[in-house]
Design a protein around this ligand. Sequence first.
Ligand SMILES: [Zn+2]
Length: 195
Amino acid sequence: MNYCSRCGAPVSLLIPSGDNRERHVCGQCGTIHYQNPKVVVGCIPEWEDRILLCRRAIQPRLGLWTLPAGFMERGETTEDGAARETLEEANARVRVGRLYSLFSLPHLDQVYMLFRARLLDLDFHPGEESLEVRLFTEAEIPWETLAFPTIRETLRLYFRDREGMYSGEIVREWGDAPRVRVIIHEGGRDDEHPL
Ligand SMILES: [Zn+2]
């Protein structure tokens, strides 16, 4: 951020009094521009023993498979956002169930929330952001061409235990292979492994 979105004057990075970290502060109107992580919401759409994946028509990770998910909009709930993204990316209608996985991605300033969801019918087709939409059994999951670590980790957990609820973090270690740490609340086990 270089300029104040309120008055257009240059901003500087400094620690405001009473705060403990650097913020972009406007030198003219004094506005402190707080920047906080964004929430990504999405679904694991289920139909019998299969789940729906979308092949991305947009960057990043164009051509790779993902669960329908995207940034939460203002004025909606997390469940509404997950259903909306599924409609936009797959033209699929779902009944959103409970939260299945929650990941913090501190290097991207993102939080992922993925919900189990029941497909209401098989009348789906690719939205503008998808090249292809289809159902996969566990054996058919394209593990080598999944778009994001969060998605791969969620699917890995899901096919091991659908009934659990998992939270974890994706920590990028620069200069080395990315590693994922999954903190399993039920059973209290930490599971750390390279991607
Ligand atoms: Zn200003």
